[in-house]
Ligand binder design. Structure first.
Ligand code: ADP
Ligand code: MG
Length: 357
């Protein structure tokens, strides 16, 4: 069997490694700053857990290999200018946008995009970092450090945020998980919930959008599509050519997790439509110390990433899964007492959404 090398050695790489065990695949996450070059052999596969990487001896070595999957796509997706251009070319709905050039004036952005305009860095933004709201009623200019480095988007008055995780194999076969409902706070994903019968009627539309994107890119592996739902419309917010936080619930709630699905696809093993079991909720552990009592809660899985605690940092996640909604709610009630008070609104949101199912 070939080795699957993962560019990046964060939690996504670690969870890919975990998922590799039943496939008896060797998966080796690689730290870009590592001193030692990975011993890649002919026939090995190289995949990524991040869309962008620093230029180091290791990343140069990895990205030059013939087994580097989806090589052409990263430049197109990691730069929001190119990503939005690609979506426009494919005729896929996104938030109306403009490029922020060196001489772009706030006035022209407001004229094109309305009073509230969101500046996003072309590259490197994540978890809501690299964003700046330009409000016309504050009479602000485009800040000088944004000139030539960003795009500007119209504010979308969305009803909610949904994401779709799908996978495509080398022959172009595609499989998808059900649409997932996501709650973000300050741009950081806090909780996800799936499946939701009330958005089933949007599933086909979402699958054809992501399918079109994956086909156009001849993409192999798992890709996530973050969307805004506005009425019955889906608007693509952004794409992630990798396993995605909003797919973590599949570890507990699907017969093949997104991590295993990605490995199957990149290593030419069969992919299949993932049967989904029960009701899943995923709660992200953001800036909170690890609490071993979480391990006592029924119907849950805990993942700790082993990172130092810092405010706003993703440190782990908790998957709750059970065939009965009432059991999921019981687990949530227990967990609520073991997380800080500022999680109150997250639990309220999940409770309300579960009640709607
Ligand atoms: P990141 O790479 O940080 O995830 P996103 O583009 O997904 O960047 O933005 C983070 C969050 O900011 C989104 O999940 C959404 O809640 C909000 N957001 C992004 N773009 C818009 C927009 N055009 N209008 C309204 N809210 C937005
Ligand atoms: Mg996002």
């Amino acid at each position: 069997m070939p080795t699957v090398w993962v560019l990046g050695a964060g939690q996504l790489g670690a969870m890919l490694k975990q998922a590799a065990y039943p496939l008896a695949l060797r998966v080796e996450p690689v730290e870009p700053e590592s001193e030692q070059l990975p011993a890649i052999k002919d026939g090995d596969i190289i995949t990524v857990e991040r869309e962008q990487w620093p230029d180091t001896a290791v990343t140069r070595h990895m990205s030059q290999q013939s087994g580097f999957m989806n090589a052409d796509i990263f430049g197109k997706i990691a730069d929001r200018f190119h990503q939005k251009t690609m979506l426009d070319t494919l005729g896929i709905n996104t938030a109306p946008w403009r490029s922020v050039e060196v001489d772009t004036q706030a006035e022209s952005l407001h004229a094109a995009l309305g009073p509230d305009v969101l500046l996003k860095r072309r590259e490197g933004g994540y978890d809501g970092k690299g964003q700046f709201w330009l409000y016309q009623n504050q009479g602000l200019d485009v800040p000088s450090d944004w000139l030539g480095t960003g795009i500007a988007e119209k504010k979308i008055p969305f009803n909610e945020e949904l994401s779709l995780v799908g996978a495509r194999d080398k022959d172009g076969n595609k499989v998808f998980y059900p649409l997932t409902l996501n709650l973000h706070r300050n741009g950081i994903l806090m909780a996800s919930l799936a499946p939701l019968a009330r958005v089933d009627h949007l599933q086909g539309k979402a699958e054809s959008m992501l399918g079109k994107i994956m086909d156009a890119a001849d993409y192999v592996g798992v890709m996530a599509m973050e969307c805004f739902r506005v009425g019955e419309e889906l608007i693509v917010n952004e794409l992630a050519p990798r396993v995605h936080n909003s797919g973590h619930w599949t570890q507990a709630g699907a017969c093949v997790s997104q991590f295993e699905m990605h490995l199957r696809a990149v290593s030419s093993l069969p992919i299949k439509a993932p049967e989904v079991r029960g009701q899943s909720v995923m709660i992200n552990v953001i800036g909170v110390e690890r609490e071993t009592n979480w391990l006592k809660i029924p119907s849950t899985q805990c993942y700790w990433y082993g990172k130092d605690v810092r405010p706003g940092r993703k440190l782990g996640h908790i998957n709750i899964n059970h065939p009965k909604k009432s059991a999921v709610q019981t687990a949530l009630n227990e967990l609520r007492h073991l997380l800080p008070e500022n999680y109150g609104d997250v639990f309220d949101w999940v409770k309300e959404e579960l009640a709607k199912l």
